[in-house]
Write a protein that binds this ligand. Structure first.
Ligand code: ZN
Length: 258
């Protein structure tokens, strides 16, 4: 009798524990496509921000939100898609601060990161796992004064706006941004996507300026126009690499055919 009561109590405890786990880890339930390997359900991973899967087939948990500040503004159309792994959010904030330090009044315009829980995002193939961000170019007028536009606007390889007269690609501040990214040892970059024409322009500019020339080899490796995707002539798309401690969960490159 005693044994039966204990067994019943044990069964009750197991049921309660299972219930608690289901509450704690709703995304670990079967059939959602968001299952995690068991060791990632407990501490320390259960309290960490996790980037899971591929850039084009993934999700995230406990992501960090990128917020507006005096040096950084999220486009209105992107305000629901401002979540990412903290490594990316903090890198964006550090780089915006660096550009504003070098040239006062600089404001970084940021587009989509990922949705709060990640997953497919309208208008993008990637941006699913909290490691991708769209960042507007720094712009200037014909006198070289900083200009801000609330929308992304495309530029030709000569650095002229395709649609707005008198609006130019600010080679100098865009290079300060690239230098901030490639020297940011805390984040770890995987790619910076930009159109082939602007890539060429930036590399030629960097080679001639001693402040940037030492970083040209690394920028050459990271900057690319990925084949088969839309031309990135109105923003940089920056992707960070998987954090080292999440190698089992996180895939750096997009899933083929995904
Ligand atoms: Zn993008």
């Amino acid at each position: 009798m005693l044994q039966r009561r204990n067994t019943a109590r044990l069964a009750g405890s197991i049921a309660a524990l299972a219930g608690a786990l289901a509450v704690l880890a709703p995304r670990a339930s079967a059939g959602t496509g968001r299952e995690l390997p068991p060791r990632f359900l407990g501490a320390p991973f259960s309290v960490m921000s996790l980037t899971v899967g591929y850039p084009n087939a993934g999700f995230q948990l406990r992501a960090k939100k990128l917020k507006n500040s005096e040096i950084l503004r999220v486009k209105d159309t992107s305000k629901d898609n401002t979540y990412a792994h903290p490594a990316l959010v903090l890198m964006l904030e550090r780089s915006a601060r660096e550009v504003a330090r070098v040239e006062r009044g600089s404001l970084m315009m940021v587009g989509d990161l990922s949705r709060r829980d990640g997953g497919p995002l309208a208008g993008h193939v990637s941006h699913q796992s909290g490691r991708d961000a769209d960042v507007g170019f720094y712009l200037m007028d014909v006198q070289g004064r900083p200009v801000v536009r609330e929308h992304f606007t495309p530029f030709d390889p000569n650095g002229r706006s395709r649609y707005e007269r008198g609006l130019y690609f600010d080679d100098y501040r865009n290079w300060v941004l690239l230098r901030a990214w490639v020297t940011d040892s805390r984040a770890g970059l995987a790619h910076i996507f930009v159109s082939s024409g602007l890539r060429w322009r930036l590399i030629e500019y960097g080679k001639k300026d001693p402040r940037f020339a030492p970083y040209v080899p690394e920028v050459e490796l990271l900057l690319k126009q990925p084949p088969g995707t839309s031309v990135h002539d109105d923003h940089f798309h920056v992707r960070i690499a998987c954090p080292d401690n999440l190698a089992e969960l996180c895939h750096n490159e997009s899933r083929l055919g995904g």
